[in-house]
Design a protein around this ligand. Structure first.
Ligand SMILES: Cc1ncc(COP(=O)(O)O)c(C=O)c1O
Length: 497
């Protein structure tokens, strides 16, 4: 067994440095504590051996001294080490553990699991929800019961049966031409997107589009500006590609970079039509300013237009892409909300200069999505079913939102500030200052409700406590009961009591 001695500062620091993930959400003192504890448990730091002086270790690792002191204090508090006044900190002669600790208690480090540090940093941030797949209020989930399934299966089976061998082989044309044409027509008319069918690439969903752009448009180590709070899937795609994510605060008009001193971005990720998850709409003047900023900084803008099909009030603003005269905006859409998530189809509208390279990269990195499904979707749009499904669901979701508002108000008065109701499938409930949104979210999960805390959408400190409430997937007859149960939990935390 390799042993590390606290007196061999360089070797110990090297071992620790390999595992510290500075961009992880877990605080550094906690990571350091876990790694040292693991080294003691594995016997790498032998019983009785000294830990390095906190100041030297801090210096060697480029950390604050308090970070190291904090980790040492925790180790001493748990009996893994002992502090001797005037002499330093030493590994305890007797381990507090009886045999190996249960896996749940000691999360193995990345190195122990054999994972890359990049992956380990990502895993620190990922909260997979919900444990209960039918949990009410899950954000981002459409009403799957309201989808015209028999019509869809009929169109799909017809296309599957009619598929030619050429359509079932490998392809690299950016997606089914009929679907690209149908989309171009729809996006030009409904979203003010300036595009031809040629400029559209069909992807395996928005997450894949983000992954493609992160890998293709930025070097590892370059910076992506992301909204804070924002869509964690975007941050994760960027981090997986080795980019540094720079959270940018929001104001009532969305991304608010002006006046802040921020590292130069290569990518700027925004949800201007309906900011995710706070719901602000970026006004026209800010859109022009953002385009000018991207030009000044020589950055690409990634416009995520994930749910703008469901506008409930106010005048829809055309897509940012439609204002772009320089070919800097990549417009992304998904069929997960307007059809269903398991379809795994999305699209990118690509500036002409990037078309050929992105089409080739997409074909090489992911291959093309299922062709008969794309053809069936083109039929679904062309025959008018898409439009009528959208119109119907717009009405359904608007009614659900109104009901959620009414019941929350009746139950809790003005204790919650509901944000982002102009469009979409969710609202964010701003909680009174000092509320513990994580604890509330955990209490809701115990009764089968999924309302993630705003903290889950932030890389840094959340601007205020909040819960993200998806109403689209909660059937009308279950909405009243579930909202009353939600309110009861909030009252238990002293909100609206
Ligand atoms: C803002 C935002 N962008 C993108 C997506 C993901 O879309 P897809 O299912 O196509 O990966 C979501 C899903 O919830 C989302 O909320």
């Amino acid at each position: 067994m390799r042993t590390l001695d606290g007196t061999n500062l360089t070797a110990l620091a090297e071992h620790l440095a390999q595992q510290l993930v500075r961009e992880a959400r877990e605080p550094l003192h906690r990571q350091l504590y876990r790694q040292l504890r693991s080294a003691v448990r594995q016997g790498w730091l032998a019983p009785g051996s000294p830990l390095p002086a906190s100041r030297s270790l801090a210096q060697e690792l480029g950390l604050g001294r308090n970070t190291v002191l904090h980790a040492y204090e925790q180790l001493c508090a748990e009996g893994y080490c002992q502090g001797r006044p005037g002499a330093g900190t030493f590994v305890s002669l007797a381990s507090p553990d009886q045999g190996p600790a249960p896996a749940a208690d000691v999360p193995p480090t990345g190195a122990e699991r054999g994972l890359a540090r990049r992956a380990e940093a990502l895993l620190e941030q990922i909260t997979l929800r919900p444990e209960h797949p039918a949990a009410a209020f899950q954000p981002g989930l459409p009403d799957l019961a309201a989808f015209p399934w028999s019509l869809w299966w009929r169109l799909l089976h017809a296309q599957q049966k009619a598929s030619t061998p050429a359509e079932l082989g490998y392809r690299s044309d950016g997606g089914h031409p009929a679907l690209r044409q149908a989309l171009a027509d729809y996006l030009r008319l409904s979203r003010g997107v300036n595009c031809t069918a040629e400029q559209i690439l069909i992807s395996g969903g928005m997450q894949q589009s983000l992954d493609l752009l992160a890998r293709s448009l930025a070097e590892a180590g370059e910076t992506a500006w992301i909204e804070e709070p924002g869509y964690s899937g975007a941050a994760q795609a960027f981090q997986a590609a080795g980019l540094a994510c720079q959270p940018v605060p929001l104001d009532a008009g969305g991304l608010h970079w002006q006046g802040a001193s921020l590292p130069r971005p290569r990518l700027i990720y925004v949800t201007p039509s309906h900011q995710y998850p706070l719901g602000c709409v970026m006004p026209l003047a800010r859109r022009h300013a953002l385009l000018a900023e991207a030009a000044r900084q020589d950055a690409w803008i990634i416009e995520d237009d994930y749910d703008s099909e469901f506008r409930h009030t106010g005048q829809p603003l055309a897509a940012l892409q439609g204002l772009d005269r320089q070919g800097r905006v990549l417009y992304l859409g998904t069929f997960s909300k307007v059809m269903f998530p398991a379809l795994r189809l999305g699209y990118l509208v690509v500036p002409p200069a990037l078309l050929a390279p992105l089409r080739s990269l997409q074909a090489r990195l992911y291959r093309e999505s299922d062709y008969p499904t794309q053809a069936a979707l083109a039929d679904f749009i062309r025959l008018g079913h898409f439009g009528s499904h959208l119109r119907r669901m717009r009405g359904v979701y608007a009614r659900r939102q109104a009901k959620l508002r009414d019941v929350l108000h009746a139950e809790l008065g003005d204790a919650l500030q509901l944000m982002g109701g102009e469009a979409g499938m969710h609202m964010t409930a701003r909680l009174p200052p000092g509320s513990d949104d994580r604890a509330i979210s955990a209490a809701l999960a115990k009764i089968g409700l999924c309302a993630p805390p705003l903290a889950d959408y932030c890389l840094g400190t959340p601007p205020f406590p909040g819960l993200v409430l998806g109403y689209a997937g909660v059937a009308e007859d279950a909405l009243l009961l579930n909202t009353v149960r939600l309110a009861a939990v909030l009252r238990g935390f002293g909100i609206g009591a």
